[in-house]
Design a protein around this ligand. Structure first.
Ligand SMILES: NC(=O)c1ccc[n+]([C@@H]2O[C@H](COP(=O)([O-])OP(=O)(O)OC[C@H]3O[C@@H](n4cnc5c(N)ncnc54)[C@H](O)[C@@H]3O)[C@@H](O)[C@H]2O)c1
Ligand SMILES: N[C@@H](CCO)C(=O)O
Length: 357
C-alpha cells in the first residue's frame, strides 16, 4: 500500500473541507487505488495538533482540546522522528508569510500543494528560486486551485503550451467571489455592501475581501497563467481597476473596512444606474500574449453574452489558440467555494501521489 502523509496548514474554509474530504475518500482509495492518505499533522496560524497515523472525524474537537502553540521546526522535528514517507505540505492559508517556509519544507522532504496563490505571485526571483529548490530536492509543487478553484485551468493551459499550441489570449471572469457579487448586484435591488456581506458569509471571498475588490486576487491569477506561459511578468505590471477607496485599504484595518464598506455603494449604484436594460456588470481579466498586456477591469456585458449570462459564483475562462481559431476553448463552472476548492486540492494530492512510490 502506497502511503501519503499530509501535513495541513490552514484549517479555515478550504483546509477544514480538505480534511473532511480526505477522511471521506480514505477507504475507497485504499480499496480501489491501494493508496493510504494519512493526515498526521494539522495546524492553523497559532496552533498545531499531532497524531501518530491520521486525524479522524473528531479532529475539530481534538484540535481544540489538544492543540498547542508551535513553530514550523516543531512540525519538521515531529515528522522526521516519525520517519514518515511521501510527505505533502498543504498550504490552505491565505498568508503572505507562510510561503517563506516553502524552501525549508522542500529541503526537509516535503512536496507542496497550495491553494494559497502567494508563492506564485511574489517576484520572478522568488518564483524561479522555488522551482530551482524543487528540482534540486526532487520535489513536486501542485497549485491547480490557484486559478478557477476546482476548475482545470492551469493543467489545461500548461498542457496546451507544452504540446506546442500557440496560445494568443486568455479572457475570463476569473473571480468566483466577484462573479457572485456582480451577478447578484446586477439582478437584485440590494446595496453593493449587502451583497458583499452575503458573499463573505458564504465563504466565497478571500479572508480579507479587499484582496478580491482591489483586483489583486484576479491580478494574481493572471500573473500565474502568464508565468505558466513563460512570460516574465510581475504583479506591479498588471493594469488593475481597484474598487476599494485608498483610505479603506493599505494601512487601514480589515475591521475599519467592514465598518465602512457601505462607502463603496455610491459609485457602484451609479454604474448600475448607467446600464441599459439588456446590460449587466462583469469583472473580467484579460491576458494578451502578443503584447504582454494583463488587465483587470469592470465591463458592461449584454445579458445574453457568454459572460453576461453567468450565474452564482461561476467563473468562465476563454482560451484562444491557433488550433481552436475563432471559437475559444471555454472552461466554466463554480470559481469559488470551499467544497469545489477542497476537491481541487485533493485532486492535486492524488495527481502528485501518482508520481510517488
Ligand atoms: N475560498 C475559496 O473559494 C478559494 C478558492 C481557491 C483558493 N482559495 C485559497 O485558499 C486559501 C484559504 O482560503 P480560506 O477561505 O479557507 O481562508 P480562511 O481564512 O477560512 O482560512 C485560512 C486558515 O489559514 C490559517 N493560517 C493563517 N496564517 C497561517 C500560518 N502562517 N500558518 C498556518 N496557518 C495559517 C488560519 O488560521 C486559517 O485557519 C486562500 O489562499 C485562498 O485564496 C480559496
Ligand atoms: N476569491 C477567490 C477565491 C478563489 O481563489 C475568487 O473569487 O476566485
Amino acid at each position: 500500500m502506497k502511503k501519503i502523509n499530509i501535513v495541513l496548514f490552514g484549517t479555515g474554509n478550504v483546509g477544514s473541507t480538505v480534511i473532511n474530504q480526505v477522511l471521506a475518500a480514505r477507504e475507497k482509495l485504499q480499496q480501489e487505488e491501494n493508496l493510504e492518505l494519512n493526515i498526521p499533522v494539522i495546524a492553523n496560524s497559532t496552533t498545531a495538533f499531532f497524531v501518530k497515523q491520521t486525524v479522524n472525524r473528531s479532529w475539530e474537537t481534538n484540535f481544540s482540546a489538544s492543540g498547542f502553540p508551535y513553530k514550523i521546526s516543531d512540525v519538521i522535528d515531529y515528522v522526521t522522528q516519525q520517519g514518515y514517507e511521501n510527505l505533502v505540505a498543504i498550504d490552505a492559508t491565505a498568508s503572505e508569510s507562510f510561503v517563506d517556509h516553502y524552501k525549508l519544507l522542500i529541503e526537509q522532504g516535503f512536496h507542496v500543494v497550495a491553494a494559497n496563490k502567494v508563492a506564485n505571485t511574489l517576484s520572478s526571483e522568488f518564483y524561479e528560486d522555488l522551482r530551482k529548490s524543487l528540482r534540486k530536492n526532487g520535489k513536486f509543487f501542485y497549485y491547480e486551485t490557484n486559478v478557477g478553484a476546482g476548475l482545470p485551468i492551469i493543467q489545461t493551459l500548461h498542457g496546451l503550451y507544452q504540446a506546442g499550441e500557440e496560445i494568443t489570449r486568455v479572457r475570463g471572469v476569473f473571480s468566483g467571489s466577484l462573479s457572485y457579487i456582480f451577478n447578484t448586484f446586477s439582478e437584485e435591488s440590494k446595496s453593493f455592501s449587502e451583497v458583499l456581506t452575503e458573499a463573505e458569509k458564504k465563504g466565497l471571498t478571500e479572508p480579507d475581501p479587499r484582496v478580491d475588490l482591489s483586483g489583486k486576487d484576479v491580478g494574481r491569477k493572471l500573473l500565474i497563467l502568464a508565468r505558466e506561459l513563460k512570460l516574465k511578468k510581475e504583479l506591479s505590471e498588471i493594469n488593475i481597476q481597484d474598487l476599494v477607496p485608498k483610505h479603506l485599504n493599505g494601512k487601514s484595518s480589515l475591521k475599519n473596512f467592514q465598518l465602512k464598506k457601505h462607502e463603496l455603494d455610491g459609485d457602484l449604484e451609479k454604474l448600475k444606474a448607467d446600464l441599459e436594460e439588456d446590460e449587466v456588470i462583469r469583472h473580467v481579466g484579460e491576458l494578451e500574449i502578443a503584447t504582454g498586456n494583463l488587465e483587470v477591469k469592470l465591463v458592461k456585458e449584454k445579458r445574453t453574452s457568454a459572460f453576461g449570462s453567468l450565474k452564482n459564483a461561476d467563473s468562465s475562462f476563454e482560451i484562444y489558440t491557433e488550433s481552436y481559431g475563432e471559437q475559444p476553448l471555454v472552461i466554466q463552472g463554480a470559481g469559488a467555494g470551499a467544497a469545489v476548492t477542497a476537491r481541487g486540492v485533493v485532486a492535486d494530492i492524488l495527481r502528485l501521489s501518482e508520481r510517488l512510490n
